[in-house]
Design a protein. Structure first.
Length: 127
């Protein structure tokens, strides 16, 4: 979406938040778009906000490189990202951390995400 003043906004990252914590004992199916769902969602494991960090990482990767990533056949398999020559190393490190297979290896909070960004995700100045 484009907000007032032309600022782009990414929306629809509420799956984990909307359902709370899920685990295999209480849910046998999952909802999500193949290629964007976190491995723990596909495994019907415990899910928290870090599943949204994973989805956001895939979305930001695709926006940054300018093309869609081919969805893997096995959504629980590790994600491999390739970056074009000259892609900023700090941005690559951030994106790789966001799509880590284990939730504990992803940024654990908004503050950690922004802190690990090293200015890559600096929000636009507000008037």
């Amino acid at each position: 979406m484009i907000a007032k003043g032309g600022v782009p906004k990414i929306v629809d990252f509420g799956l984990a938040r909307a359902t709370g914590h899920m685990d295999a004992a209480t849910h046998s199916t999952f909802a999500g778009t193949r290629g964007y769902i976190a491995p723990e969602v596909a495994r019907a494991g415990r899910v928290d906000f870090r599943a949204d960090i994973f989805s956001l990482g895939i979305t930001l990767y695709e926006a940054a490189v300018g093309k869609r990533r081919k969805a893997q056949e096995d959504p629980t398999a590790p994600v491999e990202l390739s970056f074009p020559d000259g892609f900023p190393a700090s941005a690559a490190r951030l994106l790789v951390s966001m799509v880590a297979g284990e939730p504990a290896r992803r940024p654990g909070s908004y503050e950690a995400l922004m802190g690990g960004a090293g200015g890559v995700l600096t929000p636009p100045a507000r008037d």
